[in-house]
Write a protein that binds this ligand. Structure first.
Ligand code: SAM
Length: 267
């Protein structure tokens, strides 16, 4: 049985719980979202969020001309559908991705041009100013205990003037149950409570899932404190005509409030 509570856990507990959880969920995650993740193609797909913003139309990272010959890093890449798509779309770019879960990385296969490694976002294994562009698509940012420290680490590995773009679940979703239906429309917890969401095995006491929450203002402050300038904050609307649910994302909820937040920042 799983016990859920709001509270704190150490950075090591966050990392261990997430590695374990994503290893276990990797196969189901790819079975649940085959089109979105481009599972039938070695080149993946690059959707920023369940509202289906695609990098081919949005170009939040820059045009292919701007990205040619650039060093690009994806944080918490999972099976790297986005890094693989980008490496294929921009042949001159050197695209690296890392993830803490080997179970997720394994789904990337080997027939692609991205460079993938297993690493923990809580300890970035890269030199200062090693990258021109850093991005994350629902990657590690909410899954490390100290995202303020991660923002500073990202600023360290990004060259001055470099771009950092990331998508996360919109912070206001925190107050609702993770449910695409009517149960997900009633507020059950405070938006302002920034303690973590922790799941524990009732018998062993082992933490099996850990996620943190920051308000929108706190996320922006973490970026500014790390030396970034925020250039855009996107809150995409649910697209007309998309009737399917995606985890807790659904037309019902999407019509009423945002599900995803995308931050576009410059170092
Ligand atoms: C929602 S999935 C997103 C994966 C991928 N970006 C995608 O769009 O399919 C979150 C990913 O973050 C990874 N993750 C969680 N904590 C991490 C950490 N501390 N360091 C690196 N990756 C982490 C998980 O293993 C998982 O692959």
């Amino acid at each position: 049985m799983t016990e859920v509570h709001h509270g704190d856990a150490s950075p090591q507990v966050f990392s261990a719980a997430n590695r374990h959880w994503w290893d276990l969920d990797a196969d189901d995650y790819h079975d649940r979202h085959p089109d979105y993740l481009g599972t039938d193609s070695p080149h993946g797909e690059f959707y920023w969020c369940p509202e289906m913003l695609h990098e081919e139309t949005e170009r939040l990272l820059g045009t292919p001309e701007e990205l040619g010959a650039k060093n690009i890093l994806e944080i918490g890449c999972g099976s790297a559908p986005c890094a693989r798509w980008l490496a294929h779309d921009v042949p001159g770019a050197f695209v690296t991705g890392f993830d803490i879960s080997m179970g997720m990385l394994r789904h990337a296969g080997t027939e692609h041009d991205a460079h993938l490694v297993q690493a923990d976002a809580a300890a970035l294994p890269y030199a200062d100013a090693a990258f021109d562009v850093v991005f994350s698509v629902f990657g590690a940012i909410p899954f490390v205990e100290d995202s303020a420290a991660l923002m500073k680490e990202i600023a360290r590995v990004l060259r001055p003037g470099g771009r950092f773009v990331f998508s996360i679940t919109h912070p206001m979703r925190w107050i609702f149950l993770d449910d695409p239906g009517p149960a997900g429309l009633t507020a059950i917890t405070s938006y302002f409570d920034q303690s973590g969401y922790i799941e524990e095995d009732e018998d062993t006491g082992e933490v099996t899932y850990a996620e943190q929450h920051r308000t929108l203002g706190a996320r922006i402050k973490e970026l500014i404190d790390a030396g970034f300038t925020l250039e855009a904050l996107l809150e995409p609307e649910w697209p007309a005509g998309v009737t399917r649910t995606w985890g807790q994302w659904s037309p019902l909820r999407g019509e009423l409030f945002p599900g995803s937040a995308l931050f576009v920042a410059k170092r």
